[in-house]
Write a new protein. Structure first.
Length: 237
């Protein structure tokens, strides 16, 4: 007897996959959906790991501030469900021309903590006066808690005789010749705050002359105007 041959079921032809729903994220390999962190408008949407933007985050064009991360600490908080681990970052920014800022921030990931600290530091900029020789005008002492930082001006060629947090804030502020000494606690944030207290106590020459009664406000203003005025061009040029 001949075997009865049963007809096979028809084979469905392969069809193209349906397009992704509008509003959802397509695979990152797709050309139509680039990574959220690469968008031209610097959109912050997307998962946290996709919107860090590197160490400096989403930088504004024309931002010439120098950045430096001083310290990164691992902090832990014990809660009912266990330990909540986060990271604390201490960052300093400056333009090298007398302006500087510092801040600390926390986050569950190190890049996010650094980015938040840099953004906060940009919003709290301070200005100091740098005298001839790229140094400070006079000796100052900054105190914060149990930390004391002594800063002394020095001649050109000395460099920044400092270490750790003091060096970071002085170099980014634009001070190139100075001698420093730290007494007491060496915690990075305390050292930076003590250094900031010392720099903010610097006094300008004109201000001291006015306080001592040697000059008046009008004389100081006239002196500044003469210094800022440009020499008139000579005839024939």
């Amino acid at each position: 007897m001949e075997e009865e041959i049963k007809p096979s079921a028809p084979v469905a032809e392969p069809t193209e996959e349906a397009p992704a729903q509008q509003g959802g994220y397509e695979p990152h390999g797709s050309v139509a959906a680039p990574r959220p962190g690469d968008r031209k408008d610097a959109s912050r949407r997307g998962r946290p790991s996709e919107r860090r933007g590197g160490r400096g985050g989403f930088r504004r064009e024309g931002d010439d501030l120098l950045e430096r991360v001083v310290a990164i600490n691992r902090v832990s908080k014990t809660v009912q469900g266990g330990k909540h681990v986060r990271f604390s970052a201490l960052a300093v920014v400056g333009d090298g021309k007398g302006s500087y800022g510092f801040a600390t921030a926390k986050s569950s990931e190190v890049p996010d903590a650094i980015k938040k600290a840099l953004e906060k530091a940009r919003k709290s900029m301070r200005k100091i006066e740098i005298v001839k020789g790229d140094t400070i005008a006079h000796d100052v002492t900054g105190v914060f808690g149990s930390t004391k930082v002594v800063l002394k001006p020095s001649i050109p060629g000395t460099g920044v005789v400092a270490g750790g947090a003091v060096r970071a804030i002085l170099e980014l502020a634009g001070v190139k010749n100075v001698v420093s000494k730290v007494y007491g606690s060496r915690t990075a944030i305390n050292v930076i705050r003590a250094t900031d207290a010392g720099l903010r106590s610097l006094k300008a020459y004109d201000r001291i002359m006015v306080l001592r009664g040697k000059k008046t406000e009008d004389e100081v203003r006239a002196r500044r105007n003469r210094g800022n005025a440009q020499p008139a061009p000579q005839e024939g040029e």
